[in-house]
Write a protein that binds this ligand. Structure first.
Ligand code: SAM
Length: 276
């Protein structure tokens, strides 16, 4: 058997063991990037092969956390793609302002950079007090960091530039304290954020929300899983609710395309159609 065939078999076995033992299903992730992350996880955890990883998943329950952290790519930045946040601020928040309560789901929140960005924008538009943001991810280690709101000070300059380009009204430093090599966002920004573990591959719909932000997550999934997740989003949104995807993600040719109108093409913003 060729080396690549045996690696494919080992990957298949790894996926089966992870599902059987822990209920996490990575069977519908895009194969090339999944393989890259598995190989990196072998190196980081000192496993000689993917088969050795499977054995550890089977034998050591505590290894799961490291596996999930290794398979997830919690790379993000504050006000990532500032024009998208600018569009949310100018075009979407004024519409959400008409609701008595604003419910937002940020799926795949990684270490929370985008969720603090949303909280700041809502605060500046006078909407934060009536907002509730559910920030979810399958990577518990990243979620714990998100709840801390602490980031490397070296990122502050990029975040500040993004914030201003996204229409920020102050200086970003208004919202954090710098200490040594870290910046820590004010606890007040977290008061209406709920961080929670949620797996888009297997878990169910969320509360009826008016905005879902799920950016740079679908790119890791194959077409079937993308369709499942997009149906979950459709079913979690109120009529006329908004969905914001990443710059390389689209509803075009998906199972839910007909349920949405494009609201802003470049910002990958869609709006759920009302029935009838
Ligand atoms: C590249 S980050 C995107 C972060 C942020 N949304 C952004 O665009 O900057 C992708 C995130 O998706 C999460 N993710 C991957 N598969 C997931 C799943 N099945 N359920 C929930 N989150 C998932 C990863 O853990 C990771 O934190």
């Amino acid at each position: 058997m060729s080396e690549s065939n045996s690696e494919e078999l080992e990957i298949g076995e790894f996926v089966r063991v992870l599902k059987l033992k822990h209920g996490y299903d990575f069977g519908e992730y895009a194969p090339a990037s999944f393989k890259r992350r598995l190989r990196a996880l072998c190196v980081r955890s000192g496993a000689a092969s993917i088969a050795a990883l499977s054995r550890r998943v089977y034998d050591e329950p505590a290894f799961l956390r490291q596996v999930l952290a290794g398979l997830s790519v919690p790379v993000s930045e504050m006000f990532r793609d500032p024009w998208v946040f600018n569009t949310l601020r100018r075009e979407v928040l004024p519409i959400l302002a008409s609701y008595p309560r604003i419910l937002i789901w940020q799926a795949g929140c990684a270490r929370g950079e985008e969720v603090y960005s949303l909280a700041i924008m809502l605060q500046e538009e006078g909407l934060y007090d009536k907002a509730q943001i559910f920030a979810t991810d399958l990577n518990d280690a990243a979620l714990e960091e998100a709840a801390e709101g602490i980031y490397p000070a070296a990122n502050a300059r990029q975040y500040s530039e993004n914030y201003l380009r996204a229409g920020g009204r102050h200086s970003l430093s208004h919202y954090f304290h710098a200490r040594y090599e870290r910046i820590k966002f004010d606890a007040a920004l977290r008061r209406n954020i709920t961080f929670a573990s949620h797996n888009l591959s297997t878990d169910g719909v969320f509360a009826e929300v008016q905005l879902i932000l799920c950016r740079n997550v679908l790119i890791y999934f194959n077409d079937a899983l993308q369709d499942r997740v997009l149906q979950l989003f459709r079913d979690s949104l109120v009529h006329r609710g908004f969905l914001c995807l990443g710059s390389k993600e689209t509803l075009a040719r998906s199972a839910v395309e007909a349920a949405f109108d494009s609201f802003d093409g470049p910002a990958r913003l869609y709006r759920r159609r009302a029935p009838g």
